[in-house]
Design a protein around this ligand. Structure first.
Ligand code: PLP
Ligand code: COI
Length: 339
C-alpha cells in the first residue's frame, strides 16, 4: 500500500482490502461473508435497480488520542436502517447482525483508519438492496446487506470553515408523506439536480424548503439544518427530513451546555434572526454556514463575523469531536470501541 496522504483526503470512495456481505434468502439471513471484490453480481430484474428498493447508512470510526478506535452511534444507525427497510418493504437487518458486519468490516481494514490528529476518519457505508427479481411493482424476496469502509476527509471542502448555501424552491427532495424521513436512494436522486446547480453557482449545497408550502426550512442538502439565537438551538421539525443522528446528539449536547433546544418548523424569514446557522450530519459533521442566498428573492442572509464560525457552533463541534475521539467521556453510551 502506498502511504495515504491523510490530511488531503477528499470525501469519496477509497478502495480498501475487504468488504462484508450477508444474503437474505428463504426468509432468513445467512452468515456474513468476507470478500475482496468491489463488484456485485445480481439479477437484471433485481428490485433495487427498477423500483428503488435500497437503503444505506453512514457512520464514522475515529482513532482517539489513546490509540483506540471508536465508532460513533453504531446502534442508532442500525435502528435507522430498520426504519428505512420497513419504509420500502425490505428485509430488516437485526441490530446485532448490523453491528457484527460493521465491526468485521472495520477490523478487516484497520490500516485504513486514519491516525489521530489528521482531520480524517473512516467512513462506514452499510447498504441494503433488493436483489430478488420482480417485474411487477412488488417487494423482492431476496436481499443483500453489505458494508464497505474507506478513509475520508471533510464532506464540504471548507471543512469546519463556513460554507455558503442556496435556498431552492423549484425542486423538492421529498414529499411530505413520502420517503424523506428514511435513508433511501430515491431521495438522493431527487436532490441531484438542485445540488449540482448549487455547486455550479458556487455554493456548497442547496437548502430545500418544505414541499407543500415552501415556507419552512427543510433539509440542508445531505445534512440537517440548525440555527442559534437567544441561547437556543433550533432545528426544523418536518416529516420529510432525515432524522439526523448527529443532530439528535447535538440537541443533547446543546441542552447540557445550557442552551434551550427547539425542534419545530423554521420559517424562512427567521433566517434574519439567527446569530449562527449550520448544517450537521455524519459527513458534514458541523458545517457552519456564513451565507444563505435565496435564489428567488435574491436576498442574502449573512453570518460568521470575520469569516469565523460562531462561538456556540465551535463549542458544539469541539464537544462532539471530543466524544468521538475519546477526549471527552462517553456519558451517553454513544461509542463502540473496536477491540
Ligand atoms: N440529512 C440527509 C439527507 C442525510 O443524507 C444525512 C446523512 O446521513 C443527514 C441528514 C445527517 O444524518 P446523520 O447525522 O445521521 O448522518
Ligand atoms: C452521511 O452524512 O453519512 C451521508 O450519508 C451524507 C451523504 C454522503 C449522502
Amino acid at each position: 500500500m502506498n502511504t495515504i496522504d491523510w490530511k488531503n483526503l477528499p470525501f469519496g470512495y477509497f478502495k480498501t482490502d475487504y468488504n462484508v456481505r450477508c444474503y437474505y434468502k428463504d426468509g432468513k439471513w445467512g452468515e456474513p461473508e468476507v470478500t475482496d471484490s468491489e463488484n456485485i453480481t445480481m439479477h437484471m430484474a433485481a428490485t433495487c435497480l427498477h423500483y428503488g428498493q435500497e437503503a444505506f447508512e453512514g457512520m464514522k470510526a475515529f482513532t482517539g488520542k489513546d490509540g483506540k478506535i471508536r465508532i460513533f452511534r453504531l446502534e442508532e444507525n442500525a435502528k435507522r436502517m430498520i426504519k428505512s427497510a420497513k419504509g420500502v418493504m425490505m428485509a430488516e437487518v437485526p441490530v446485532e447482525l448490523f453491528s457484527e458486519v460493521v465491526l468485521k468490516a472495520v477490523k478487516l481494514n484497520l490500516k485504513y483508519v486514519p491516525p489521530y490528529g489528521e482531520g480524517a476518519s473512516l467512513y462506514i457505508r452499510p447498504l441494503l438492496i433488493g436483489t430478488g427479481a420482480q417485474v411487477g411493482v412488488k417487494a423482492a424476496k431476496e436481499y443483500l446487506f453489505m458494508v464497505f469502509v474507506g478513509p475520508v476527509g471533510p464532506y464540504f471542502k471548507e471543512g469546519f470553515n463556513p460554507v455558503k448555501m442556496q435556498i431552492v424552491r423549484d425542486y423538492d427532495r421529498a414529499a411530505p408523506l413520502g420517503t424523506g424521513h428514511i435513508k433511501v436512494g430515491g431521495n438522493y436522486a431527487a436532490s441531484l439536480r438542485a445540488g449540482e446547480r448549487a455547486h455550479a453557482d458556487g455554493f456548497a449545497s442547496c437548502i430545500f424548503l418544505d414541499a407543500k408550502e415552501k415556507k419552512y426550512i427543510d433539509e440542508a442538502g445531505p445534512a440537517n439544518f440548525f440555527g442559534i439565537k437567544n441561547n437556543t438551538y433550533i432545528t426544523p421539525d418536518s416529516s420529510s427530513i432525515l432524522p439526523s443522528i448527529t443532530n439528535m446528539s447535538l440537541r443533547v449536547l446543546a441542552a447540557e451546555m445550557g442552551l434551550k433546544v427547539e425542534k419545530r418548523q423554521v420559517p424562512v424569514e427567521e433566517l434574519e434572526e439567527f446569530e449562527e446557522v449550520g448544517a450537521c450530519g455524519t459527513a458534514a459533521v458541523i458545517s457552519p454556514i456564513c451565507m444563505i442566498h435565496d435564489r428567488d428573492t435574491g436576498k442574502q442572509y449573512k453570518y460568521c463575523k470575520n469569516g469565523q464560525p460562531g462561538t456556540i457552533s465551535q463549542k458544539l463541534y469541539n464537544k462532539l469531536k471530543g466524544i468521538q475521539e475519546g477526549l471527552e467521556p462517553d456519558t451517553h453510551g454513544w461509542i463502540t470501541i473496536v477491540e
